[in-house]
Design a protein around this ligand. Structure first.
Ligand code: NAD
Length: 307
């Protein structure tokens, strides 16, 4: 299978490196010149608990020259999804697929608008990665990846992609109700990301302070109401308990949104708490806490922009 990873940051580099090590024909695609140049000249430095390893793999700046790709794995941050999906459409062969494992709600739908819903695979991953610098990535948490189609129909190609990722050391399961898993992760991120970013707390601290625990509970309760109104059955029984457990289990971590704020990069607030607000509006569920969190993070992003 000929594969392109569009968005070769932390996660794209990780998935690309594992696929390349397994002998798959994978090319990384990114617009970050320094990163592309570093991988091209020195290979990708993959930092694992067991030690560092240099992985040689193809990388291109922009989509230049790539054609007839069977699978695009799209790993840009949400703000770039539309642009990346247009690139994906141009380099896919007819019938080729796009897989998104991005966080938040709405990425798969944006990609579907551009390439057609029947060509989109979506899902979630419990793998984690952090960029250490150009050409350097650290593999963080490990866990299962779940993929499926928004329509719920699972086909042979979906199973083939799952088998390929599993063979490459990224254990992947085909999931008929992928929407439930995407919402499940969304509710967790809704409780953790904005609050950690605004208050500059590590995940574990959210559950320890009475005030932040209460704010987290309010944000999660709204998200649960919206999920219910959208007809989504969450993949766990006790949402607040689940979010607090994840915050505790990842206690020392800085959430991706906090990392973005500290770097002065745009966050994914629009597809996390912002998505709860939008879906709430559509479905007639009030979401004042998530609206406030969204506006606060958006204001914070503006302050950080260079003048
Ligand atoms: P990242 O910022 O490290 O990487 C994104 C990359 O996309 C960057 O290298 C950037 O240069 C590139 N890019 C931007 N626009 C592009 C374009 N038009 N064409 C090609 N490349 C482009 O982000 P990440 O942490 O790898 O996260 C990617 C997605 O995966 C996000 O939705 C995130 O929420 C999700 N995710 C991340 C983790 C994690 O541990 N980092 C875990 C699960 C899910």
């Amino acid at each position: 299978m000929k594969i392109a990873v569009i968005g070769a940051g932390a996660m794209g580099s990780l998935f690309g490196a594992y696929l390349a090590k397994a002998g798959e024909a994978v090319t990384l695609v990114d617009i970050w010149q320094e990163h592309v140049a570093a991988i091209r000249s020195q290979g990708l430095l993959l930092s694992e608990e067991a030690g560092d390893e240099v992985v040689r793999l193809d990388v291109v700046l922009g989509t230049g020259g790539l054609v007839a790709v069977d699978l695009v794995i799209l790993f840009v941050k949400a703000a770039a999804t539309r642009v990346a999906a247009v690139d994906a459409a141009a380099l896919l062969r007819p019938g080729g697929r796009v897989l998104t494992l991005q966080n938040g709600l709405g990425n798969a739908e944006v990609i579907a608008e551009i390439v057609g819903a029947e060509r989109v695979l979506a899902g979630t991953t419990a793998q984690g990665a952090t960029l250490l610098g150009p050409g350097r990535v650290r593999h963080g948490g490990r866990g299962e990846t779940h993929i499926g189609r928004l329509s719920g129909e699972v086909d042979g190609l979906c199973a083939q992609v799952a088998a390929m990722l599993s063979n490459a050391g990224l254990p992947t399961v085909v999931e008929p109700d992928v929407r439930s898993l995407i919402w499940g992760k969304l509710v967790i991120n809704t409780g953790i990301n904005a609050l950690t970013a605004l208050l500059r707390l590590r995940n574990g601290q959210l559950a320890e302070l009475a005030e932040t625990r209460q704010l987290l509970a309010l944000a999660v309760e709204e998200a649960v109401q919206v999920a219910g109104a959208a007809g989504v059955a969450l993949p766990y029984e006790n949402p607040l308990g689940k979010v607090l457990a994840v915050a505790a289990a990842t206690g020392q971590n800085q959430s991706s949104m906090l990392q973005d704020v500290l770097r002065g990069s745009p966050t994914e607030i629009a597809v996390i708490n912002g998505a709860i607000v939008r879906e709430g509006e559509r479905l007639g569920v009030a979401t004042p806490v998530n609206r406030t969190l969204t506006l606060l993070v958006q204001a914070l992003e503006k302050n950080l922009l260079p003048s």
